[in-house]
Design a protein around this ligand. Structure first.
Ligand SMILES: Cc1ncc(COP(=O)(O)O)c(C=O)c1O
Length: 403
């Protein structure tokens, strides 16, 4: 174990000696350094904070108070209403479409929320649904909507498609047609455009131990980035010819410095880089400091070179593979057992470092993704330097589960 890791381990153990694991912590110095690195990479364009990657209101407010962050990118409309109702600062973009009629009715019934929140649309059916939800009510202001654009990379005459299956809107003509439809409906107002390139922003371009795969990813990302920059500019121009746009959002933690160079982009949407979870270790463009960790107690010593910890089976969402597993972090030199992975109630940890651990000691792990950690713990213990300075509830701790 290197001296930095050993000193972090001592610091985390000392700061949390009064706690019984399992528990989760956030190292505030690491998070602040990560935030500063993200805003540096954004080179002057604001970062809209992806709340799904944070899932803790106290942390959201701390980050929004920092220079370089502006507005929230929420993941559901009920979440956005909850955040707006509790005084969250700035406007809130709900980055995924909603089919929640009750929430739409609540949105239009609340002038402050309707002024602050923008919902995502990508087809006439979404517009119809919003209009139906507001029919019969007397909305004080129109519902703000944002058009979502398909950013996926399509090659080989359509036989190769890389990217998330999200919006059906792909071309300038399709985007302009949807914009025209929006402006023709008095209950709606076009506020912005979003085009998130997950195949670049969310895929590490230097996967550990897989150099050839890394080369293929970099090739795909170069091609996709070049194609998207041209198409995104054309789409923005076509939509601006129909109606003004307050914002054009793109990018994510893995692409901040690239996305920000496009003139058509006015803001970046990002959040994961603050916690720096395992899946974000494999990018060439930046390296963050692991900030969100969880501690598990060692409860068994089955034999030499192995200890068993309580809990730990906190798998990340997405296509199932080993990268979705949590990563043993401290003490350095522990790994998961390939046959058992991270278990429902027990997680064996292998490696020489296991022999230095006793029952009742703690091991520190990282989640593969960012905000999902907060679905496992009711609280985050905020560590500053050598001490826990505050304990704050996660969304789960506030009894909130949105998706
Ligand atoms: C629409 C959108 N924008 C941005 C992001 C980037 O978020 P993060 O920086 O947490 O990866 C995501 C992540 O999935 C997203 O769905």
């Amino acid at each position: 174990m290197g001296p930095a890791a050993a000193s972090d381990l001592r610091r985390y153990n000392a700061a949390t000696a009064h706690l019984e694991p399992p528990f989760a912590v956030l190292d505030l110095a690491a998070m602040r350094a990560n935030a500063a690195s993200m805003t540096r990479r954004a080179a002057g364009k604001p970062i809209r904070l992806a709340s799904k990657s944070v899932r803790c209101r106290a942390v959201i407010s701390q980050v929004l108070a920092m220079d370089g962050f502006r507005g929230i990118m929420a993941y559901t409309l009920p979440e956005a209403l909850w955040l707006a109702g509790s005084g969250a600062s700035g406007d809130i973009l709900v980055a995924y479409p909603t089919a929640d009629r009750d929430a739409l009715a609540r949105l239009t019934g609340d002038p402050a929320a309707a002024a602050a929140i923008t919902v995502m649309v990508d087809c006439a059916e979404h517009l119809d649904m919003i209009e139906k939800a507001i029919a019969g009510t007397a909305p004080s202001s129109p519902v703000r909507v944002c058009i979502d654009i398909d950013t996926s990379y399509i090659a080989l005459g359509g036989r190769l498609r890389i990217g998330a299956r999200r919006s059906p809107v792909r071309t300038p003509a399709e985007a302009a047609a949807l914009a025209t439809d929006i402006v023709s409906r008095p209950g709606l107002r076009l506020a912005g455009l979003m085009a998130y390139e997950g195949q670049i922003a969310g895929v590490g371009d230097r996967p550990a131990g897989r150099p050839l795969y890394g080369q293929a990813i970099r090739f795909m990302q170069r091609r996709s980035g070049a194609e998207l920059a041209i198409r995104r500019a054309a789409i923005v121009a076509a939509v601006r010819a129909v109606a003004p746009l307050e914002f054009v959002n793109g990018g994510g933690t893995g692409s901040v410095e690239k996305t920000t160079t496009e003139a058509a982009i006015t803001e970046i949407g990002a959040g994961s880089g603050l916690y720096q979870p395992g899946l974000f270790d494999s990018y060439r463009g930046f390296s963050g400091r692991p900030a969100a960790l969880f501690a598990l107690p060692v409860v068994r010593r089955p034999g030499p070179g192995v200890v068993t910890a309580l809990g730990g089976g906190y798998l990340a969402s997405g296509a199932a593979n080993a990268a979705r597993l949590p990563r043993p972090f401290l003490p350095a030199g522990l790994r998961l057992d390939k046959d058992e992975g991270a278990g429902e109630v027990q997680t064996p940890l292998l490696g020489r470092a296991a022999d230095g651990l006793r029952i009742g000691d703690r091991v520190w792990l990282r989640h593969a993704k960012a905000g999902e950690l907060c679905e496992r713990f009711a609280e985050l213990h905020l560590i500053d330097g050598e001490a826990v300075v505050e304990v704050v509830p996660t969304y789960r701790g506030e009894g909130q589960a949105f998706a």
